[in-house]
Write a protein that binds this ligand. Structure first.
Ligand code: C2E
Ligand code: MG
Ligand code: MG
Length: 744
């Protein structure tokens, strides 16, 4: 072999085609003339091209050529005689080789018949690189031809590998958006780098959550498989040192037999990948790796972000505890598992008043302590999560919770910053089997389950049973029906109950009380008003009552021509909505309801509420409408509260009146309230007077007006004038038994 000649073709500027270890270039020589085999073998027997030897495959026919190349996927060049067993056997072989999947192989045609050129279509369709007569292919020519062809072959290979690599990169990026777990991602990195470099060796990916954290194996292949969770140091000290010495950059690096890459996310997480490589990495491969590694870097960033977002989505940002999302997730899983598990809702404290008394910091500490107690009690299998203000939800797939256990975990007081805080927790446990079958309903019941209002320790922790389930189903049914009826007003009615002068028995006015009937069942206001308030339907109900009242008041003037005043109850839910008073004033105007015709009853809760409702009541008062403070005595409003509110009348709650007897009257709170209203120049109406004894006692202590079954139950508006014969009567009952029975 003449070295000079070979070097001439061994173009070292082709830096991409680096001497690789081992592999030879496969060259196929097909010719039915065995002399050609021999001559070719002789002329190129010892040469190397781009550092690799040639491995020659000889075949005497197209058929033999196909047989011999059947298992080969890296055939660099084929030099094919055109005319063999048939005049176009060589061309048929070309076609067959391509169809066999050898797309990158460079094909050179050789013929002993000068002037016999293949059709142009064959040359273009099958990418034939050259066409020579046998005489033309001298040794020098042949080596030159092989060098060019191999270079072309390798370039094509590199290109198609980089295309495959890019496809891998794109594919992995796409996968990344679907999969957000780090292990899958790490596996993808390894398999893809291995595929890119065509190595099937060993490697690993390790990671840490922050710079100070230990690098731990996320996944491994080859001899690094099965080390998940171990530290990198434990598994391979060389790699640990390599990782420690490497700087985070997207630049892959070659060190010894390893190829390494290190990434750092913006959030401080680290990722280190190392792969054993059996050959030196070519510049093209390195370019590809660079591209790939910038993709890994983006992917890793995404994953770190996803993990952070995930954490954020499932964590309450203030208390740093699992939140409602975490609860719902665990709940969904538990529902998937079957009917065995339990769900608990725990009210640790009245968050608002706790904050008002102790401040946010202490209250948060209390919540965290409660969380710790609950997780310690519930164990690893349960998910404890914040589900509301001062409330935790617990998903217990193994049904281990008991009301007693919850009570025990929560009943001791908390010591926070040396302050001892008593707690009055309550809870409810639901069995998954008791939840509605429909998934959405089940989630709703579990999430909205009402923790019992704590009346006594014995009632504080309860098991949700059939009763609670029926109550839920009923409130659901009522909610839907009320939504419908408040639009159509079907089933709604306005009743009136007289207000009387206790001394004279004269009816001085009436209170409008709403009635609702569905499917022949009369639902009491105590049940449907809260539903209306919770679902925003009160305004519509008020509108209904106003319409009825307006019609009635206009048709039922007093004998002296003065209007007969009717009281309408306003809901706190409405007064809390800014703009309600303005709406109400527009309605009153539209209905022609002047101040003397109507009075508004507002519950005592208003005295404890914020500025919005009070301001709205002031607006009504400013327009001349009189306001009564309803259910007085049940809340906590003080004299000071009353003074700054624009009320003309205070209604003493029935609970004070019902205990009233002639004997205890002087010690009764009624006496105080009556005296107080008198002092403030307000009127006083006692509610729920049922006996003459109560009436007399109230009258004696100076209460002028009253309302109650003694004078008459609420009756349908249309019957009121007739039942109560709107004429002044002397003394006691204005209404007889007829009226009293009207709402028995
Ligand atoms: P309230 O405004 O305090 O109405 C007085 C309640 O006491 C009425 O109950 C009335 O029927 C009842 N009552 C009157 N006299 C006696 C008596 O001598 N003994 C007993 N045991 N009860 C008596 P009702 O009609 O069931 O209404 C309950 C509550 O529902 C009302 O309390 C009021 O807060 C609310 N409500 C009723 N209608 C409406 C309405 O149209 N709008 C709003 N927002 N709330 C309403
Ligand atoms: Mg009332
Ligand atoms: Mg009342």
């Amino acid at each position: 072999m003449e070295n000079g000649e070979i070097e001439l073709f061994d173009d070292s500027s082709d830096s991409d085609i680096m001497p690789a270890r081992g592999q030879a270039w496969n060259i196929l020589i097909v010719d039915d003339d065995t002399e050609v085999h021999r001559a070719t073998a002789y002329s190129i027997k010892d040469i190397t091209i781009f550092g690799r030897r040639l491995s020659l495959i000889f075949a005497s026919s197209a058929r033999e050529a196909l047989e011999k190349t059947a298992g080969i996927d890296e055939l660099a060049v084929a030099i094919i005689d055109v005319v063999m067993e048939t005049p176009d056997a060589g061309l048929e072989l070309v076609k067959a080789l391509r169809e066999q999947g050898l797309h990158d192989t460079r094909l050179v045609l050789r013929t002993g018949f000068p002037g016999y050129a293949p059709e142009l279509s064959v040359v273009t369709n099958y990418e034939i690189d050259g066409y020579f007569t046998k005489e033309e292919l001298t040794r020098t020519r042949l080596i030159s031809l092989l060098t060019t062809a191999i270079r072309a072959y390798e370039n094509i290979r590199i290109m198609s590998r980089s295309r495959e690599g890019l496809e891998l990169i794109v594919g992995s990026a796409r996968q990344l958006y679907k999969r957000n777990d780090l292990e899958m991602f790490a596996q993808g990195v390894l398999t893809q780098v291995a595929a890119l470099l065509r190595v099937s060796s060993s490697g690993l990916v390790s990671g840490s959550k922050s710079e100070d954290d230990k690098m731990r194996i996320i996944t491994g292949i080859g001899r690094y498989a099965g080390h998940q969770g171990k530290t990198l140091e434990e598994v391979d000290e060389t790699l640990a040192a390599m990782c420690a010495n490497s700087r985070a950059s997207e630049e892959p690096f070659n060190e010894g037999d390893y190829l390494g890459m290190r990434f750092e996310s913006d959030l401080g997480a680290l990722l280190f990948a190392a792969l054993e490589s059996d050959h030196d990495v070519t510049p093209t491969e390195l370019d590809l790796l660079r591209l790939f590694s910038s993709n890994i870097s983006v992917g890793f960033e995404n994953i770190s972000l996803l993990e952070a977002l995930n954490k954020r989505a499932f964590t309450d940002p203030i208390l740093d505890l699992p939140n409602l999302n975490a609860f719902e997730d665990a709940l969904n899983e538990a529902l998937d598992r079957g009917p065995e598990g339990y769900i608990a809702k725990v009210q640790v404290c009245d968050y608002q008043s706790q904050v008002a008394t102790f401040g946010t910091i202490v209250t948060r500490k209390l919540m965290r302590q409660a969380y710790n107690r609950l997780t310690a009690m519930a164990g690893d299998t349960c998910q404890v999560a914040l589900v509301g203000e001062g409330a935790f939800g617990i998903v217990d797939p193994n049904a281990t919770l008991l009301p007693e256990k919850l009570a025990e975990a929560l009943q001791c007081s908390y010591i926070i910053d040396d302050i001892e805080m008593a707690s009055s927790p309550s809870s409810i446990i639901l069995q998954i089997r008791d939840l509605p079958e429909n998934r959405d309903d089940a989630l709703t019941v579990a999430t909205a389950a009402q923790v019992p209002t704590r009346k006594a320790e014995s009632e504080a922790h309860i098991l949700y049973g059939k009763r609670e389930r029926l109550a839920w189903e009923r409130s659901n049914r009522l909610r839907n029906a009320l939504k419908r009826d408040s639009e159509t007003f079907s089933g709604l009615a306005t009743y009136l109950q007289p207000k009387v002068d206790l001394m004279t028995g004269e009816i001085i006015g009436a209170e409008a009380l709403m009635r609702w009937t569905i499917d022949d069942e009369s639902v009491p206001p105590s049940e449907f008003i809260p539903i209306a308030e919770a679902t925003g339907l009160t305004r519509s109900l008020t509108n209904f009552v106003l319409r009825d009242v307006a019609a009635w008041v206009k048709a039922n003037a007093r004998p002296d021509g003065q209007p007969f005043r009717v009281s309408v109850n306003l809901s706190m839910a409405d007064l809390n909505v800014p703009g309600f008073a303005a709406w109400l004033l527009r309605r009153l105007q539209a209905l022609g309801l002047q101040p003397p015709m109507i009075d508004f009853e507002v519950t005592e809760a208003i005295a404890m509420s914020g500025e919005v409702p009070i301001e709205q009541v002031r607006e009504l008062a400013k327009q001349g409408y009189s306001i009564s403070l309803d259910d007085f005595g049940t809340g906590y409003s003080s004299l000071a509260h009353l003074e700054r509110l624009p009320f003309q009348t205070v209604k003493i709650d029935r609970s004070f009146v019902s205990h009233l007897t002639g004997a205890n009257a002087t010690k009764s709170l009624c006496t105080v309230i009556v005296a107080m209203t008198d002092l403030l120049g307000m009127d006083c109406v006692a509610e729920g007077i049922e006996t003459e004894e109560q009436r007399d006692a109230l009258s004696e202590m100076g209460c002028r007006f009253g309302q109650g079954f003694l004078f008459g139950r609420p009756v349908p508006m249309a019957d009121f004038s007739e039942v109560f014969a709107l004429v002044p009567q002397s003394g006691g009952n204005v209404a007889d038994g007829t009226a009293q029975n009207s709402e028995a």
